[in-house]
Design a protein around this ligand. Structure first.
Ligand SMILES: NC(=O)c1ccc[n+]([C@@H]2O[C@H](COP(=O)([O-])OP(=O)(O)OC[C@H]3O[C@@H](n4cnc5c(N)ncnc54)[C@H](OP(=O)(O)O)[C@@H]3O)[C@@H](O)[C@H]2O)c1
Length: 306
């Protein structure tokens, strides 16, 4: 019997039910992603978050089809998210590249498509392409990622559909209080990336003391904190025991005092932000934005599901 949290969903502004807890696959090869997706779905997960940039959509696509078959599930039982790559942004190239993403994912429709980062010159045109895909019924919900208030306002002013989701870095070390309030006011759901906050949060004495009190791991306490704060979470793990344990957070509550102790860890410090990317530094000085390439891409594109 799957944990209750894996069966819980929140209603997006357009009425679509989005699970509140899912699996992330950043930094996984196609083989790892295919395996994590199967392990997660077998253990009750229903939401998977990937991106073209992670270079593992083919593995995710294989894992989804294999898991549907092995667990006697239907496509509509799952909620699949991917993102528009920074290098593909713009109206026509977003639409053109969408078809290749769907081919890699072996899907005919998507549950959620996000603008991965707000590339200055093109993110408004990219948003218009997402609106078209939404209106054409290819995606059930559309959203953005790493958009601050100013960029959300730009999209709201230029577009005809409000972003349903903004996926942001969110964990005890970066709680995005102002942005979270702003989004709550508009009805834009907050989805947390890096919901565990890395080693610094996992080994923080305040977190480990609370974990000990509840006989839980530090990771479970942090994911419970994210959940009680109202964030949708997508922790990544390539290990079965962690994939299972991370979702075991519905059998305890953090008290107001415990929530306050974790809230006090907030540093509002991004681990990755706009200045990491070429489109903010000028390409000649900047980091080239590339899709992660894994040697096993072709193998997973063509692998028959048996
Ligand atoms: N929109 C964006 O710009 C953006 C940016 C970053 C991430 N994301 C999405 O958000 C997902 C989650 O973020 P993330 O992958 O950056 O960070 P995360 O989920 O907070 O943390 C993942 C890391 O924690 C480890 N881990 C997992 N469970 C653990 C546990 N129980 N105890 C100790 N360590 C544990 C994982 O290692 P193992 O795999 O070895 O277990 C991995 O190194 C990503 O996978 C991706 O789908 C989106």
């Amino acid at each position: 019997m799957a944990n209750k949290i894996l069966q819980e969903s929140t209603k997006l502004a357009n009425g679509v039910a989005m699970p509140v807890f899912g699996l992330g696959v950043w930094k996984s090869s196609n083989a790892e992603a295919a395996n994590s997706v199967q392990v997660a779905i077998k253990n009750g997960y229903r939401m998977i978050d990937t991106a073209k940039q992670y270079g593992n959509q083919a593995g995710v696509g294989y894992g989804i089809q294999k898991a549907l078959k092995d667990n006697h599930l239907n496509r509509k039982d799952l909620f699949i998210t991917t993102k528009v790559f920074n290098g593909d942004q713009g109206y026509q190239s977003t639409l053109d590249n969408f078809e290749q993403q769907m081919k890699e994912l072996r899907l005919t429709y998507l549950d959620l498509l996000l603008v991965h980062w707000p590339v200055d010159a093109t993110y408004v045109d990219t948003w218009r392409a997402l609106e078209k895909l939404y209106k054409d019924g290819r995606v059930r919900a559309i959203g953005v990622s790493n958009f601050d208030e100013e960029k959300l306002e730009t999209v709201l002013a230029a577009g005809t559909v409000m972003p349903h989701v903004n996926q942001m870095e969110f964990n005890p070390l970066i709680q995005e209080e102002k942005l979270f309030d702003y989004m709550n006011g508009l009805g834009i759901a907050m989805e947390a990336w890096s919901p565990l906050g890395g080693g610094e949060a996992l080994s923080d004495p305040a977190v480990t003391a609370i974990a000990e009190r509840h006989n839980k791991t530090a990771a479970q306490v942090i994911l419970r904190f994210d959940y009680q704060m109202g964030a949708i979470t997508i922790p990544k793990s390539a290990h079965e025991e962690r994939i299972i344990a991370n979702s075991q957070i519905d059998d305890f509550d953090l008290s107001d005092e415990e929530m306050a102790a974790i809230k006090a860890l907030n540093q509002e410090k991004h681990s990755i932000w706009y200045d990491t990317f070429a489109w903010h530094k000028g390409v000649e000085n900047g980091v080239k934005d590339e899709v992660s390439t894994w040697d096993d891409h072709d193998e997973y594109m063509n692998k028959p599901v048996q």
